[in-house]
Design a protein around this ligand. Sequence first.
Ligand code: FAD
Length: 554
Amino acid sequence: MASERRMSKPARTDAVIIGAGASGAAAAKVLCEAGVKVVALEKGPWRRKESFGGDELANINRYSLWPDPLLNPRTWRRDTSDEARVDLFCPVPQMVGGGTVHWQGWLPRFTPDDFRMRTVAGDLPGATLADWPITYDELEPYYLKVEWAFGVSGQAGANRFEGPRSGGYPCPPMPMSRYAQKFHQGCAALGWNAFPTPQAALSRPFNGRRATVVSAFAQQHGDPTGTRSSALNVFVPDAVATGNYDLRPDSYVRELVLDGQGNIRAAVYEDAQGETFEQEADIFILACGAVETARLLLLSRSGRFPNGLANGSDLVGRNATFHEYSAAVGTYDDPVYAWAGGGYVSASTFQHYGHDESRGFVSGSHVAVAGVGIPLPINWHLPGAPSWGAEAKKIDRDYFSHSLAVAMVLHDMPQHDNRVDLDDEVVDAWGLPVARVTLKPHRNDLDQGRYLIDRGADILQASGAKGITKVYADRVTGNCSHQHGTARMGKDPDASVLDRWCRAHEVANLYAVDGSPFPTGTGANPTLTIMANAWRVADRIIAERGRARTAPER
Ligand SMILES: Cc1cc2nc3c(=O)[nH]c(=O)nc-3n(C[C@H](O)[C@H](O)[C@H](O)COP(=O)(O)OP(=O)(O)OC[C@H]3O[C@@H](n4cnc5c(N)ncnc54)[C@H](O)[C@@H]3O)c2cc1C
C-alpha cells in the first residue's frame, strides 16, 4: 500500500533506525562509533533540557510528555468478544530519548534462569512460555557495557540472586533514602536479601559528566539539569559526536516498502510539514517500542506479505507482555519522605524472583520500594482513602510524608491470543489504524501478583508500618510502560519472527532491537536488557558488514 503522494528521496544511507529511544539510540551509538552512517527517523520532537521542568499538571495530567490520546490513541479489549475502547495503554513518551526521558531509571539485570523459563518451569497450560535463543552468559558483556556507558550507580554482589558479573558498577549506590532504610530494615528482620536498586544516575562525577541532581521531580518528569542517565543525555550525544548520526526528529515512519528481492528498500516517512520522504538504506532497524514495532510491521503490507511484513508465521503482535505495577502500601508514625528522589533512590529484593515449584505458580518478580502512586501533591492518593473533601485533606496532611509503597513488577505470562494488531475503526491524527491491544490475564499472573503483594505487606509489617493496604492486581493494565514479545526471537521460523540476532527470518535486511524480540517478559524492569541486546545486535551487524567487505570478489 505504498502512498501515491509525491515523495522526496534523500541520499541513501547505510542503516535506518526507526525510533530514537532507549534501544534505537543504543544501537545508533554503537553503529556510528564503528563508522556506519545512520539515519534515525524519530516520530517525536528533539527536546532539550531547557524545555523540561517540574510542572506536575503539565507533565502528568496534560500530556506534555505522555502521548496525547487524541493524537496517538491506542485501544484495549479483554478478548475478541469485548469491544475495544480507547485507552492510554502502556504509554511511553514519543520523542528523542523515548521512555528514558521521564523514566524511573531502575536498571536490574535479568537472571540466568530468565533466559530458560520454559526449561525451568515446564509447560504452563494456556501460556506460550519459551526459552530465549540466547543465554545470560552471551548477554553479560553487554550488560556491563551499558552499565559503564550510562554510569549506573549500584553495588555489585549485593543482589544475591544475580548471575555472575565480569565487572562491578562504575558508580557506588545512590545515597540511602528514609524509605529505602525502612525496606532494608523489613527485609533484614525477615532474613531476606535486599540491595540498593541499580540506578540510571551518577552518584559521583563520571566520564566528564556531573553527578545527578536528585529531585522529587524525577519519574514522569523530564530532566532540566541534563544529569540523569538516559538515551537523550548519553547515547544520543555519543552518536552525534561521531558525525555519522543523522537524527531526524518529527519524522513519522508510515510504512516499509520492499524491493524485487523481498528485502526492504525504503522507509516511507512524513515530516512535521506533512511532506513525505522515502529513505533508502542497506539495513533497517526497528526500535519503536514493542507495540509500535508490531504496528509498523502490520501496516507494511505487500503482495509478498499480505498480513504484514515478516509475518508469514502470523506471530507479529502475538505473545505480548507488559508487566503490571501494583503494591502494598504502608503508613508510619515517623516520616519516610517517599516523594524524595522521585523514584531515583530505591531499594529492591529478588527474594521472590526465581521460580519455586512449591508456590504453585510460575516465576516471580522484582519487588522494590517507592512512593505511593505519583508521589507529588496533586496526584498523590492513599489507596482506599477519599479523594476530595475535608477527610481527604486530613489524610494528605497526615500521610503524604508518612507512607510508602512496596511494589512488584509482575512477570505476566505470554499467551498466543494476547496481542497487538490494527484497530479496524480507530485511526490516529495521521489517518493510520492504531494499535489494538487484546489482553486477558493468565491465572498465573493473578496468583503470582497476590503472592507478591502479600510479601510486600510482610516487609511493611516487619519494618514497623502501622497501617497496611494491599492493592491486588485484577488485570494487566499496561501501567508499567514496559512492553515485550510482539516479534519473538527464536530458532524456529514457524515459532518466532526473528532469529537469535534479532534479524527477521523472512527479510534479510530487517532487525528489531526494542522489547519485541523478548520471548518472555521476565519479572524485572526491561530496559537494561533492551539496551544490552541492542548493543549485541549492533555489534553483529558491524561484524557482518566487515565480513562482507573482506569477502573475496567472485
Ligand atoms: C514513567 C516511566 C518509568 C519507567 N521506568 C523504568 C525503569 O525504572 N526501568 C526500566 O527498565 N524501564 C522503565 N520504563 C520503561 C522504559 O522507558 C522502556 O522500557 C524503554 O524506553 C523502551 O525502549 P525502546 O527503545 O523499546 O522504546 P522507546 O524508548 O519507547 O522508544 C521508541 C521510540 O520510537 C518512536 N517511534 C515509534 N513509532 C515510530 C514510527 N512509526 N516512526 C518513527 N518513530 C517511531 C517513539 O516516538 C519513541 O521515541 C519506564 C517507562 C515510563 C513511561
